[in-house]
Design a protein around this ligand. Structure first.
Ligand SMILES: *Cc1c(COP(=O)(O)O)cnc(C)c1O
Length: 378
């Protein structure tokens, strides 16, 4: 009997997304094996952090890299690094006077279109957010006029699903750099494509880019990867554990450090085209299957909800024919055993994701949906 069963916790088939509340992703066996191996020795944590960081920098074609406790923690640490720089005295002084930022740059500029539920992680560094533009667009002059001696950084949230009216990263970088202000990219869910590991920083000029370790990378759920400028990565390391500075709560174990390294190594060897084809096949099979159910309209959507270049299935539910709304279908799937997690696309539609499913689960999901609809259809 598994620990989950002993505790009475139901298994979830995840056809929703790489969500923290569902566990993020499933670590492949080589990641788990590497973590088990890492658990057997004590090491000097700083020595290990630096060695893993160097290796990750090489793998991701960046100047430097750092493993932190999730992408949200990465936003806090990256902001702290931009506030103080790598000077140990400045880092210690900030710790002593926090949350008073007197004498430090205390503002971070962000576009309204980039306000996401994770942005309190930026304010956790003690800074104020200065919002520019509106939900749909930002004019380049708005960025220009928001920058001042108080600006520690500009945070840019990457993703094809976000407002098109936000200026592209290259433009934001050009304006920010003209004022000597660094740009932090929140790219937490922007894998695939794997090339994004170097695109935002090396190719588009951002100073730091942050990725979740526990989303598509399938590393430890509680890790995040920060890549970019060596001096800022150094500042991040000095704020973070094991040092007793402001970043001390964001602890990463030696097992997690090794686990994320192995996950990134693996990710760079995956056949991503084959992965996309497999997702396309699953979506096509679902469409063929669901098209036979009266009152259900199945279509392919692209890119997915996180702006990744992966297809997903959207199911429109006609309540007069199906005897239930999309929301009720979503709830019924969640209440079963195992639970099946799908996304509520809007009040009429649910969406299903293929890339989060384990082998054989796509059929289980389809069968459960057919069964639920068969019993309610009139
Ligand atoms: C998932 C996500 C985060 C948080 O990442 P964690 O690794 O769970 O901390 C931050 N920003 C964006 C845009 C995300 O999608």
């Amino acid at each position: 009997m598994s620990w989950y069963e002993r505790l009475g916790v139901r298994r979830v088939i995840n056809a929703d997304a790489r969500l923290t509340r569902l566990g993020g992703s499933i670590m492949p066996p080589e990641v788990i094996a590497a973590m088990a191996e890492a658990a057997q020795w004590y090491v000097d944590l700083v020595e290990l952090q630096r060695a893993v960081g160097r290796r990750l920098a090489d793998l991701t074609r960046n100047e430097a890299a750092y493993v932190t406790a999730g992408a949200a923690a990465g936003l806090t640490l990256a902001t702290l690094a931009c506030v103080t720089g790598p000077d140990p005295a400045s880092i210690a002084r900030l710790r002593a006077q926090f949350p008073d930022l007197e004498g430090y740059k205390d503002q971070v500029v962000i576009q309204a279109a980039h306000r996401i539920p994770y942005d309190p992680a930026i304010r956790l560094a003690g800074v104020q957010l200065v919002q520019i533009g509106n939900a749909l667009a930002t004019d380049p002059w708005e960025l220009e006029s928001a920058l001042s001696e108080r600006t520690a950084a500009v945070v840019y949230v990457a993703g094809a699903h976000l407002a098109r009216g936000a200026p592209p990263l290259e433009e934001v970088v050009a304006v920010a750099h003209a004022h000597d202000v660094p740009v932090i990219v929140d790219a937490a869910a922007q894998l695939p494509p794997a090339e994004n590991l170097w695109r935002f920083t090396r190719d588009l000029g951002a100073d730091l880019a942050i990725f979740s370790g526990g989303k598509d990378l399938a590393g430890p759920q509680s890790t995040g990867l920060i890549v970019g400028r060596a001096d800022l990565i150094e500042a991040i390391a000095l704020h973070g554990p094991p040092y007793q500075q402001l970043g001390r709560p964001f602890k990463v174990s030696r097992e997690e450090l090794i686990g994320l390294l192995v996950a990134v190594e693996r990710y760079l060897t995956l056949d991503h085209e084959a992965r996309v084809r497999a997702c396309e096949d699953t979506v096509a099979a679902w469409i063929a299957d669901f098209s036979r159910i009266p009152g259900v309209r199945a279509t392919r959507a692209f890119p997915n909800e996180a702006g990744q270049p992966l297809p997903r299935l959207v199911l429109e539910i006609d309540p007069s024919c199906c005897g239930m709304t999309a929301r009720e279908l979503r709830d019924r799937l969640w209440e079963g055993d195992p639970r099946i997690a799908v996304a509520l696309h809007d009040e009429h539609r649910i969406s299903l994701t293929a890339e989060t499913l384990e082998p054989g689960e796509a059929e289980v999901v389809a069968e459960r949906i057919r069964t639920i609809l068969r019993t309610t259809q009139h």
